[in-house]
Ligand binder design. Structure first.
Ligand SMILES: C[S@@+](CC[C@H](N)C(=O)[O-])C[C@H]1O[C@@H](n2cnc3c(N)ncnc32)[C@H](O)[C@@H]1O
Length: 245
């Protein structure tokens, strides 16, 4: 299913203050992303970060990668203040990353845990290639179809995740793939309510705007305990780093 950016924006606006403490897997993804970019190159003149949120990736990046100019983007305006706390002279573009048009070309475009919301990766691959200088790098993380399989099984709701193979095939048309990895990280909770709170605190509960009734929450929790007695939640991140042809 496709999710309206307005809904995504609303959920992340609500979770921006709780995100960093709860986003355990997104932190691992940010570390892997930066570590592997660093192995390829450690200085970039112009960096554009898409969907920067509360700066989890930004904070990791500044520890290892040097740059001259930093441009950051998010749908949520509040995100600007989180980024300025890390990079005081960062330029912030508020709006949809799918339509961003910076004035200058970039040397690195980087994004953690956001591409799963993009509807048309072919178009994204083509557009981002054109935002990069020659030999520019695009580095992103997203999720594969196994992500939140428990939620899909119980509610029928899921994003249209693409497999690692499908993603690398799409980006190979405009980029040379330098690094690609998929891994699985399973989180466990004491009870399903704790799991729902985890999803809310990380803003990933944006599949539907509908509020559940008390009875619907109870049915969900009872089913979860029966099907997944460990109260497990599967994350299946994908990391891709590629260079403009
Ligand atoms: C899971 S959070 C990841 C935040 C951060 N990148 C990190 O490293 O943890 C996803 C972020 O992407 C933003 N986002 C989602 N879709 C977007 C879009 N189309 N354009 C810009 N930002 C978007 C959300 O507002 C949210 O802040």
């Amino acid at each position: 299913m496709h999710v309206n950016p307005k809904l995504i924006k609303n959920q992340f606006e609500k979770s921006i203050n709780t995100y960093n403490q709860n986003a355990v897997v997104q932190k691992i993804m940010a570390e892997k992303l930066v570590d592997n970019v660093f192995k390829i190159k450690s200085y970039f003149e112009n960096i554009l970060e898409l969907g920067c949120g509360s700066g989890l990736l930004t904070a990791e990046l500044v520890k290892h990668i040097k740059f001259k100019n930093y441009y950051a983007n998010d749908l949520v305006m509040k995100s600007k203040y989180f980024i300025e706390n890390i990079i005081s002279d960062a330029v912030f573009y508020c709006g949809n990353a799918q339509r961003i048009k910076p004035l200058q070309k970039m040397d690195l475009i980087i994004s953690n845990a956001m591409f799963q919301w993009f509807e048309n990766l072919e178009k994204i691959s083509f557009n981002y290639k054109n935002l990069l200088n020659k030999d520019g790098i695009l580095a992103f993380s997203t999720f594969s179809p196994a992500n939140f399989e428990e939620i899909r099984e119980l509610t029928g709701l899921s994003l249209d995740y693409k497999s690692l193979d499908e993603i690398t095939k799409i980006f190979s048309k405009n980029f040379e793939i330098l690094y690609a990895e998929e891994f699985v990280h399973t989180m466990t909770f004491s009870n399903p309510l704790e799991l729902l709170a985890h999803m809310k605190n990380t803003g990933v509960n944006s599949l539907t705007a509908q509020h559940w009734t008390f009875k619907e929450v109870k049915v969900f929790c009872d089913k979860y305990k029966t099907l997944y007695p460990q109260i497990s939640l599967t994350y299946s991140p994908i990391i891709v780093i590629c260079k403009k042809y």
